[in-house]
Design a protein around this ligand. Structure first.
Ligand SMILES: [Zn+2]
Length: 236
């Protein structure tokens, strides 16, 4: 069994992403506690109130475990990502509105319009499958399409966001959705908007802005908000 802190962190990440409307009825987040092991932790699936996720609700699975009732339908994207890219320690699957809307465009812009979204890919991978990713084979195709990018869109569906840590995946998910909102505004309104430079220059900006310290501050900020919300509910 994974250490309690990993389980607690995943429960917290689930609640934080729910509070940002990144996951709700649909969507989940996973973490790979030990990159040398073949087990991962996953938040509950469809229908579960993610904003109420407690450590006891977190699911621990092996890479080869099969779907069974009670597990998220789309669990294989997590097992296959962690199996093939153990450096990806956390993966978020979201149906967030702006990322989902952006997935409809035939040409998805590769522009980062925020410093904090400097991880946005120059060329955004888009996986096209007119159904949910419930087969291991399709999950593997999705991971192929995503490659080493931080974000991939799933047409008519949503997105997946990878992180080298849980805090990075949470941060990137929230700022990917903000960047998608700005890209949609620009697509609708037209006009010239200055985007961040692309390529290596953008990667340097990401390294400068989204430091471990920044991720730590963000994680702590979100955790404090979560504690206040749940403390208030319990009348503390
Ligand atoms: Zn989905």
């Amino acid at each position: 069994m994974s250490p309690m802190t990993d389980v607690e962190d995943l429960a917290l990440a689930t609640r934080v992403l729910a509070d940002h409307d990144m996951i709700g009825m649909y969507g989940h987040v996973s973490v790979l506690p030990d990159p040398a092991a073949d087990r991962y932790l996953l938040s509950p699936g469809a229908g579960f109130r993610k904003e109420l996720c407690a450590p006891g609700d977190v699911i621990e699975l092996g890479f080869d475990d099969l779907w069974r009732p009670g597990l998220p339908l789309e669990l294989y994207m997590h097992s296959e990502m962690h199996r093939r890219h153990p450096e990806v320690r956390a993966l978020v699957h979201t149906h967030a509105p702006a990322l989902t809307e952006l997935s409809l465009y035939t040409d998805v812009p590769g522009d980062a319009l925020l410093l904090h979204a400097a991880f946005w890919p120059d060329v955004v991978p888009v996986y096209e499958l007119p159904q949910l990713v419930v087969e291991r084979e399709h999950a593997s195709e999705l991971i192929d399409v995503m490659g080493l990018e931080s974000v991939a869109l799933m047409r008519w569906h949503g997105a997946v966001v990878a992180g080298r840590s849980l805090s990075e995946a949470v941060f990137r998910s929230i700022y990917a959705e903000k960047n998608a909102q700005l890209l949609l505004t620009r697509l609708r309104a037209g006009g010239a908007v200055a985007a961040l430079p692309g390529g290596a220059e953008r990667a340097q900006i990401a390294d400068r802005i989204i430091t471990d310290r920044m991720l730590g501050l963000h994680w702590s900020y979100e955790g404090t908000g979560d504690a206040r919300r749940h403390g208030a509910e319990e009348g503390k």
